[in-house]
Design a protein around this ligand. Structure first.
Ligand SMILES: Cc1ncc(COP(=O)(O)O)c(C=O)c1O
Length: 436
């Protein structure tokens, strides 16, 4: 078992997160509980700042906020001077409510709704990552009506296969995201933008996938992007002054995962672009990166209470907990692997192999496929590691389970960041209307 963040430690037969005893958190807030180490988040955001933002001229790291979106995370991102990537008007609305500068929001998405475009533009969000021809028409129409200028980076498919699972590969040829480079489709899109009156073309965007461990995939993507920049200049006569290299930096969920170093990835990205631009005697473009999981993934630990334990002879032992696929969909969606520990037996011998199952009425409702733990008993507290990204943000109310609370820990203290849902919340949107 490996704790994937130095901000969590096992000592005194228990688990401490930012020096807060996990058992105290259970007593105070109940389970299931998402615990986020603010110490870890700050550490990662500081890496984005010191190893990218402050290190180079004309760069901006963005936090891909789909990985974990709430008021507090946008406040923290703001504090470190980094921008954010949002994929819906909902995410934008939360960021704005947190006081985030709209000019540092990059609006992504493969089907931005007219109402979302209108919402974003009327709230001064002016950076769009343009995904398709229909969006160009909509943005031009809405921006001209509102008399605003939108700065566009065009998402182009680099045709590179990378990413931990088919569902999180986004840069290969058969993808719903972005413009294909085949038959000059992306050039046609840029021409259309150049003809528009309220969209200003700035550059190109690529995101090859998520949970990527292959440095060469980033280098190849950037080589291809330099090639696109040449092609755009040669065929359309415009310079690419901005390259967004995307995110996807893999993190360790188990000891088998070997993440790349953030600074190594960004150094290679910068080097590849510089070599390409130098060949033409061009100035460096502005460069953006947009990791999500890297910032928050290892910050999260979910605490569950163990209930029923079922031993199927010669098959496996199911340990059921008080949450499930509603608070962690990643195991069934991506076949993801995790590690964890029984908190109140943290230093006891891990001699029992178990499958941690949820309480949802689905056979696929598995939270951890296989993990060695101390002999489990009902009432024990199971901690699942590395649950900070795409857990809370993907949570649902299936089987009408209230969503768990989110608690932040920092320097020996804890605070409630998102309260636990109540049964009243479950009927909050129901009406008792009659037919008219
Ligand atoms: C366009 C884009 N950028 C960035 C990210 C962030 O990926 P990750 O959290 O793996 O860094 C995603 C994830 O889906 C994405 O689609």
């Amino acid at each position: 078992m490996v704790l994937q963040t130095e901000f969590a430690q096992i000592r005194d037969n228990t688990l401490y997160i930012d020096d807060v005893n996990a058992m105290d958190l259970v007593k105070k807030y109940g389970t299931p509980l998402y615990v986020m180490s603010e110490g870890h988040i700050r550490h990662q955001m500081n890496e984005l700042k010191t190893k990218f933002l402050d290190k180079y001229e004309n760069v901006l790291p963005l936090f891909a906020s789909k990985s974990f979106s709430c008021l507090e995370i946008y406040r923290l991102a703001n504090e470190y001077g980094i921008g954010i990537d949002c994929v819906s008007a909902g995410e934008i609305s939360i960021a704005l409510k947190a006081g985030f500068d709209p000019h540092k929001i990059y609006f992504h998405g493969n089907n931005k709704l007219p109402s979302e475009i209108e919402y974003a533009i009327s709230h001064d969000v002016d950076h769009f990552v343009i995904d398709n021809f229909y969006e160009i028409e909509l943005v031009e129409e809405i921006a001209s009506r509102l008399d605003k200028t939108i700065y566009a980076t065009v998402r182009v498919v680099p045709e590179i296969k990378a990413g931990g699972h088919g569902f999180i590969q986004t840069g290969h040829k058969d993808t719903k995201f972005g413009f294909s480079a085949r038959h000059g489709i992306y050039l046609e899109a840029i021409s259309k933008i150049l003809e528009s009156t309220h969209i200003e073309f700035e550059g190109i965007h690529c995101h090859i996938g998520s949970q990527v461990f292959d440095l060469y995939a980033y280098i190849s993507a950037m080589k291809r992007f330099v090639g696109f920049a040449y092609e755009i200049y040669d065929q359309l006569g415009v310079m690419v002054t901005k390259i967004n290299a995307g995110g996807g930096y893999g993190i360790a969920y188990t000891k088998k995962d070997e993440p790349l170093d953030f600074e190594v990835i960004t150094t290679e990205i910068m080097k590849t672009i510089k070599e390409g631009y130098d060949k033409r005697g061009w100035d460096m473009p502005m460069v953006l990166v947009e990791p999500g999981r890297y910032v928050v993934g290892n910050a999260g630990i979910t605490l569950y209470t163990i209930g029923a334990i079922k031993e199927i002879p010669d098959v496996r032992t199911y340990v059921s907990i008080d949450g499930g696929m509603t608070d962690n969909i990643r195991t069934c969606l991506y076949d993801a692997d995790y590690e964890g520990v029984i908190v109140n037996k943290a230093e006891q011998p891990k001699d029992t192999k178990v499958t941690v199952a949820g309480k949802i009425c689905e056979s696929g409702d598995i939270v951890v496929k296989e993990v060695m733990v101390a002999k489990p008993e009902p009432g024990d507290i199971f901690a699942q590691f590395s649950t900070g990204a795409y857990h809370y943000s993907m949570a649902s109310n299936y089987n009408q389970l209230p969503k768990p609370a989110v608690v932040f820990t920092y320097q020996g203290k804890s605070k409630l960041v998102i309260r636990r849902q109540t049964f009243d919340d479950l009927t909050y949107y129901d009406t008792n209307e009659d037919y008219e």
